[in-house]
Design a protein around this ligand. Structure first.
Ligand code: AMP
Length: 217
């Protein structure tokens, strides 16, 4: 049966993005990634994009009020309001989570999944991550990147994200521990949390995720 209202938490590089795309297809719901929305705003040079770019490049967090406004607007659209959604990269702070709880009082989320991958593993994965600037397909660098690197899917430019440098990655992971990890307790206290082991073959991780969602909807 399609439809679900989910939050996927997890360190950057835990494989969240890829799993969210699969989950969105499986449950036929929109995948709402605040990072993707911000990157689109940066590309389109909107006022939000201009502010967000500096914060993102430095590995910081865009302010809560701005992000909550964007998400509230998105959740109000017909697809999300009727079928549900997968939130990827939001909430990232307890304040964002509190706002989300208020926004969704009438239709609360089914489950918040913490996709758990240890820090050492994600640092390795993100440092090798390369992304197509046009279609977002992810690639893994083996240290001998072709130049230029052309995307197999759309022919776009494949490069390292500006915020995937070791400094920015470590800053994001520190922010995750201080700002986002407290959400595990927040959703645990609400009885809405499920922890899923994110280490292993992506197909196995996907099965663990769908099992959890099926048991909570
Ligand atoms: P992501 O693609 O989820 O790794 O997000 C990329 C960057 O966008 C983050 O490092 C933040 O700078 C910003 N960002 C995305 N989502 C949020 C959020 N919920 N709150 C604050 N900043 C965010």
């Amino acid at each position: 049966m399609p439809g679900a209202r989910l939050i996927i938490l997890g360190r950057q590089g835990a494989g969240k993005g890829t799993q969210c795309v699969r989950l969105a297809r499986h449950f036929v719901v929109p995948h709402i990634s605040t990072g993707d929305m911000l990157r689109a705003a940066v590309r389109e040079r909107t006022p939000l994009g201009l502010v967000a770019q500096q914060v993102m490049d430095a590995g910081g967090l865009v302010n809560d009020e701005t992000i909550v406004g964007i998400v509230e607007e998105r959740l109000g659209k017909t697809d999300a309001a009727t079928r549900g959604y997968i939130l990827d990269g939001f909430p990232r702070t307890v304040r964002q989570a509190e706002s989300l709880s208020q926004i969704t009082t009438d239709s609360p989320i089914h489950v918040c999944i913490d996709l758990d991958v240890p820090r050492e593993i994600v640092v390795e994965r993100i440092s090798a991550r390369r992304v197509c600037r046009d279609c977002g397909t992810n690639y893994t660098s083996r240290g001998d990147d072709p130049s230029p690197w052309i995307c197999d899917v759309c022919g776009g430019d494949v490069s390292q994200r500006a915020d995937d440098t070791p400094e920015a990655v470590n800053r994001r992971l520190d922010l995750y521990e201080t700002q986002t990890a407290p959400l595990i307790e927040y959703y645990g206290e609400l009885g809405q949390l499920a922890v899923v082991n994110g280490v292993g073959h992506p197909d196995n991780v996907f099965k663990r995720l769908t099992d959890v969602v099926e048991s909570r909807r």
